[in-house]
Design a protein around this ligand. Structure first.
Ligand code: BMA
Length: 306
């Protein structure tokens, strides 16, 4: 069967399922990914049999077989998060200024969804950075460089009318402003809920982003992944958005699970041989891997402009 996409699913998919976990687990999905000490490190979103979320570090030499730490990470809770019985999910990791920043969504009971940030040098000790963003917001992803001297962040404010990726700047990772929405036109498959996925990758053609978006179908929302290239000097400007998706839910593990028909990424890492490993979740239930190269994603985007 021809593969029309620049991504190839790994034959070991799903690479991490609840049955592979060393702890009670009903779903393992939407995990951040980064290179750390020569290995691939994932911060796994792990749900137990009460759907409580913990984050576990998993490491791998080949990016396919992972050792999962059975002890979850300890993560700092702000007072407002304690007060509103919060739940964190969907981390993204950005290496920047010699440390690692983690952005994550925060569900606060009675307030809605927001996001926050923390930093770590070793994935053992985490320190909160700044406060929580105003609801309704999520899918925060920090750029891996300062741009024009300022930090740069993608986020996805949402009010049920659509939802675009916004890009904002900050002098200090605390106060964000000069925000603009990315002008990625909506089509049938990226009709709503556009949100940043993996940490942006610098390429000569622009910042390569891999993002998710949803299509409204007769039964529900289907999640897709696609790519766009943003201006290197001001990522609020879209250079090229891809007219096609690069991944759709079609395998059983993407179509059947706690939320059917979802492919969702929170991280991609480049391996030593230049393979780009895109870690994504199937149906909010299992972790999967699809492979490509940065070059192939950029070419696919440029050949299929929106
Ligand atoms: C989004 C988030 C993700 C989830 C996705 C699909 O709104 O909640 O955590 O993977 O929906 O259910």
């Amino acid at each position: 069967m021809p593969n029309w996409s620049p991504l190839t699913r790994h034959p070991s998919n799903p690479i991490i399922a609840p049955k592979d976990m060393p702890v009670e687990c009903s779903a393992v999905f939407n995990s951040a990914a980064v290179r750390y000490n020569g290995k691939v490190l994932l911060l796994l979103r792990v749900e137990d049999y009460q759907r409580k979320v913990n984050f576990h570090v998993a490491t791998s030499d080949d990016g396919v077989k992972f050792d999962v730490n059975p002890t979850p990470i300890r993560y700092p809770l702000r007072d407002v998060e304690k007060q509103y019985n919060s739940l964190r999910f969907d981390m993204r990791i950005t290496p920047l200024d010699g440390t690692f920043y983690v952005c994550h969504a925060i569900w606060m009971t009675g307030l809605g969804c927001s996001f926050g940030m923390a930093k770590t040098d070793d994935f053992v000790d985490f320190e909160a950075v700044g406060g929580v963003a105003l609801p309704s917001n999520r899918n925060a992803v920090l750029f891996p460089e300062r741009i024009g001297g300022r930090y740069c962040l993608m986020q996805r404010p949402f009010d049920n009318s659509g939802g675009k990726i916004w890009v904002s700047y900050s002098p200090d990772l605390r106060y964000w402003g000069d925000s603009l929405p990315l002008d990625i036109p909506t089509t049938v498959w990226n009709y709503s809920k556009m949100g940043a996925g993996a940490t942006p990758i610098r390429t000569p053609e622009g910042w390569l982003i891999i993002y998710h978006a949803t299509a409204q179908t007769c039964s529900a929302l289907n999640y897709y992944l696609s790519v766009a290239l943003l201006d290197l000097d001001d990522p609020r400007k879209v250079r090229t958005a891809c007219s096609k998706f690069i991944l759709q839910p079609e395998e059983v593990y993407e179509c059947v699970g706690q939320v059917p028909n979802v492919v969702f990424t929170c991280g991609a890492v480049e391996m030593d041989d230049k393979t780009l490993n895109v870690y994504y979740a199937g149906a909010d239930s299992v972790m999967c891997l699809a492979q490509t190269t940065v070059r192939d994603l950029v070419d696919f985007c440029l050949k299929n402009p929106l």
